[in-house]
Ligand binder design. Structure first.
Ligand SMILES: [Ca+2]
Ligand SMILES: [Ca+2]
Ligand SMILES: [Ca+2]
Ligand SMILES: [Ca+2]
Length: 419
């Protein structure tokens, strides 16, 4: 198997494959696999993953995009949210039991949408980059490790920037950025200078109304490439990294109707990164398997709720296979899709959230070491926390005792159930 290194290693960088795996997820997966082998699981749904709705947190604005990571020093997991109509971002810290507290609000440009976290200046503290949709710019925010962020710069990009991804495109040790410009039908590339600054490298034409963007080494040459979904062309543009942090068009792959979001991960375990695309008007997720030479093949469509808008990736039942969580805008819920290891997914449940969920991110909200989800409800003006309850909801191996599954610390299962 070829080396697929070169992914961003920073929390929150959206190209990180399998991002958000908690430290206890693997333990649970081994238990489930053992129980399945012993014939103790007779319902496929017992394999999970399952989530229960945690607190719905009233938010001061209309939240759009989310980034997660250790945005404060000393390990307090935080979430940063873009506030589309408020021209600001909010920063949340973890309070426990799945509750979050808004600790900071910082002004950015007009109409912030996409957001990504990474350490731009190498000082060990996570920083942020935000696309300002209505201002045709990207805000760079410097973090001080205590949850405070200061806007350092606004960098002009193409028209209507809507999503951003971080990665070290030129392999010089400093993170760079790529931005999809929805109204400019292009991708802007910014090179990180290593001290927190970014300079424009150029832009690459893509299809009409590019929305989500992800990075991965599609052809195994050690250089991170890009994939962008084109909302009005119903396809995905593949951009190939030619070295030096520059990209050139590498073909398109057709998907279903009006794709709006894309996620990356190795769905079939062959060491080659694959893609999942949320199609807003065919109400499904298209699975695109990478062939290792930079091409992708649309192999499956998985039905979701109505108008899927964003995708999160993680192995939430710990079976070693990546799963997906998809926000459904019009049904106001989240589809949980279990990966089956051969590139197929099955919807194993839906969890209701607030009105018009727009963004979703993986983080550990209740501090139990297992990955949870945070959802931004755009018109509901709220955040919903979904707590990973696999194995703790009376299925997936509950031993019937009131003190929860034996492999979880006492009380943890109850905490998950209380909200
Ligand atoms: Ca770089
Ligand atoms: Ca490559
Ligand atoms: Ca693969
Ligand atoms: Ca899994």
């Amino acid at each position: 198997m070829r080396d697929r290194g070169g992914y961003p290693r920073w929390p929150g960088a959206s190209a990180r494959p399998g991002g958000g795996l908690g430290r206890r997820d693997g333990v649970l997966g081994r238990r489930l696999r053992t129980m399945a082998a012993m014939g103790l699981l007779d319902d496929p749904a017992d394999l999970g993953p399952t989530f229960v709705r945690g607190p719905r947190l009233r938010h001061s604005a209309s939240p759009w995009g989310l980034a997660a990571g250790h945005l404060r020093a000393r390990g307090a997991v935080c979430v940063a949210v873009t506030n589309f109509f408020d021209n600001s971002i909010s920063v949340y810290t973890r309070l426990g039991y799945g509750f979050l507290r808004e600790v900071d609000k910082v002004a950015v440009g007009a109409g912030p949408t996409g957001i990504v976290a990474g350490d731009w200046d190498g000082d060990g503290h996570l920083d942020l980059a935000v696309t300002n949709f209505s201002a045709d710019s990207v805000s760079i925010l410097r973090g001080n490790g205590r949850g405070d962020f200061v806007q350092q710069a606004k960098i002009p990009v193409g028209a209507g920037p809507t999503a951003v991804v971080a990665g070290d495109w030129n392999r010089n040790g400093s993170l760079d950025l790529a931005i999809s410009n929805r109204n400019g039908d292009s991708v802007s590339v910014l090179r990180g200078t290593g001290d927190g600054g970014f300079e424009p490298v150029g832009s690459v034409p893509v299809g009409r109304f590019p929305a989500g963007i992800v990075a991965g080494d599609w052809n195994g040459d050690g250089l991170l490439d890009l994939a962008v979904v084109n909302h009005f062309d119903h396809d995905v543009s593949i951009l190939r990294n030619t070295g030096g942090g520059r990209f050139k068009p590498g073909g398109t792959v057709g998907v279903s109707r009006f794709p709006g979001a894309v996620a990356v991960g190795d769905w079939n375990g062959d060491g080659v990164p694959d893609l999942a695309v949320a199609n807003g008007r065919s109400h499904d997720v298209a699975v695109l398997l990478g062939d290792g030479d930079g091409d992708f093949r649309w192999t499956a469509s998985v039905p979701t709720g109505r108008a899927p808008s964003d995708i999160a990736v993680g192995d939430w039942n710990g079976d070693g296979v990546l799963d997906l969580a998809v926000t459904n805008r019009d049904t106001a819920d989240v589809s949980i899709l279990r990966g089956d290891g051969d590139g197929t997914f099955v919807e194993v449940g839906r969890v209701p959230v607030g009105q018009s969920p727009r963004g979703i991110v993986v983080t550990d909200c209740d501090g139990d070491g297992r990955s949870d989800l945070v959802v931004a409800n755009l018109t509901g003006k709220s955040l919903t926390v979904l707590l990973n309850s696999t194995g703790a909801d009376g299925r997936a191996g509950d031993d019937g005792d009131d003190d929860g599954p034996p492999w979880l610390p006492h009380g943890r299962a109850w905490r998950a159930r209380r909200w």
